[in-house]
Design a binder for this molecule. Structure first.
Ligand code: EPZ
Length: 427
């Protein structure tokens, strides 16, 4: 198993290219199941979850071809889908496998997908995905850890009026894809407005779907009988970009981020500016981050887009440990997303947790030690803490970070960080 070894205290300088968004790439790959024609995708990040999604689609007999391995350009051709099943072995390594459910039911009138369990950050049910499919005419049964969906009669889903009880990102994406091949019109209310949802809408439109309302919480989809192949480049990864903004700020460096989109990071940029961090967004596609003259505490609450992303909460907490004063951080999306806090406390951070609220008092002089990564974004926050800690930080279980950050060790090293991957002997 790999670890990261970081020697902190080096300000980061230079230019970093932001990769494509993992959370856009996953649904657009799943969307290829909706058509017999090739879907060509570009700017995919070279991360583990993309490889897993490729394997899952190949398991269903789609031809998955990439320019290199792991690659950024994929052609996925699901001429036939011989096995409408997402098996446990793949789903357990990536919850986003549930994104194949909507396209499979829409295309084949049936699907069998292993139920994703909870994960470190919360129970993460998929009940809202299932309820919506039921409204569209699917009969859903769950047994032996699998969801089985079947559409009786002609096997085609019917458009429906769906009001999500809670905003769900992959739920919105799953039902968007299902609705694109359903008979008649589907209206989705209280849907997610994340840029990744809008990116999927753009691909579906290129494939021939009629969709209105993207970027708002009401989506109207007029289903097509058939969808065609298309070519699409996914949007930049706003969470990777946000993580590098914090990396520049926390180390007192000066970074230029390229191939990114500041518009997708409005709430994060605003919050970082409140703490004193200087961010220049004047040049389209770029952001420059320079440190605060004095980093000051600012309260932050996670929200659905366009609010402050839960996927940036852990990284913000790392920054808050270095800010003067008390920052109250409230997590509203997931019930257990503070696991990084106890590791930061082992490094010397002053954090107290009360349910969904964390109070971080700073600045604290962090010192390196051995810490354990619990999920993708927690891992990123621990890397950030390690970059500012005095001495050596060893981060265990970095396979989490490999799921969603492309070449993070190389990117940070190129900016002057003292970080390397060490292969721990398996016991
Ligand atoms: C997506 O997860 C992202 N994953 C997550 O990114 C992100 O943290 C999350 O959205 C919130 O922004 C992908 O896009 C692949 P939700 P998703 O459904 O869709 C509850 C990362 O680090 N809920 O929007 O699974 C749920 O428990 C990952 O890249 C239900 O109750 O999240 C949560 O409390 C982690 N029933 C809330 O809604 C449902 O049927 C929002 O979850 C669905 C969700």
């Amino acid at each position: 198993m790999d670890n990261f070894l970081i020697r902190g205290g080096k300000p980061l300088h230079g230019t970093v290219r932001i990769s494509g968004a993992k959370n856009s790439a996953l649904p657009v790959m799943a969307a290829a199941l909706l058509t017999t024609e090739p879907v060509k995708l570009h700017n995919l990040p070279r991360v583990r979850d993309i490889i897993t999604m490729g394997k899952l689609l190949a398991h269903m007999s789609a031809h998955v071809v990439t320019n290199e391995f792991p690659g950024t350009d994929y052609t996925i051709e699901a001429q036939t889908v011989s096995d409408a099943e997402a098996p446990y072995e793949l789903v357990r390594t990536m919850r986003a496998s549930i994104l194949t459910l909507g396209p499979l039911v829409a295309r084949l009138g049936k699907a069998r997908v292993s139920l994703p369990g909870g994960c470190a950050i919360g129970a993460r049910p998929v009940d809202l995905h299932l309820k919506a499919l039921e409204k569209m005419g699917a009969v859903i049964t769950t047994s032996h850890g699998y969801v089985e969906a079947a559409v009786p009669k002609n096997g085609r889903l019917k458009g429906a009026h769906i009001v999500f009880e809670k905003i769900t990102v992959t739920g919105t994406e799953n039902i968007l894809m299902a609705a694109a091949l359903a008979e008649g019109e589907t209206i989705l209310e209280n849907s997610a407005r994340e840029p990744e949802v809008t990116d999927l809408v753009e691909l579906l439109r290129k494939m021939g779907a009629h969709i209105e309302g993207d970027g708002t919480s009401t989506l109207r989809i007029r289903g097509a009988e058939k969808l065609r192949g298309a070519e699409h480049s996914v949007i930049p990864d706003r969470i990777e970009a946000g993580t590098f903004l914090v990396a520049g700020a926390i180390t007192g460096g000066d970074l230029l981020l390229t191939h990114c989109d500041a518009e997708h990071l409005g709430a994060v940029i605003e919050k970082l500016r409140q703490t004193g961090v200087r961010i220049d967004t004047d040049t389209p596609g770029q952001m420059r981050v320079r440190p605060a003259e004095k980093l000051v505490a600012a309260d932050m609450t996670t929200e659905e887009y366009p609010g402050f992303a839960t996927d940036m909460q852990a990284q913000y907490m790392a920054l808050a440990t270095q800010a003067e004063g008390a920052s109250v951080i409230t997590e509203t999306i997931f019930e257990n997303r503070f696991l990084h806090a106890s590791e930061m406390m082992r490094m010397g951070a002053n954090i107290s947790i009360d349910g969904r609220r964390a109070v971080v008092r700073g600045p604290a002089a962090l010192t390196g030690t051995t810490i354990i990564a619990s999920d993708l974004r927690a891992s990123a926050s621990l890397v950030l803490a390690g970059l500012v800690a005095q001495g050596e930080t060893l981060i265990d279980r970095v396979y989490h970070i490999d799921r969603g950050y492309e070449h993070i060790v190389e990117k940070l090293s190129d900016l002057g960080a003292d970080i390397r991957r060490v292969h721990a002997p398996t016991s």
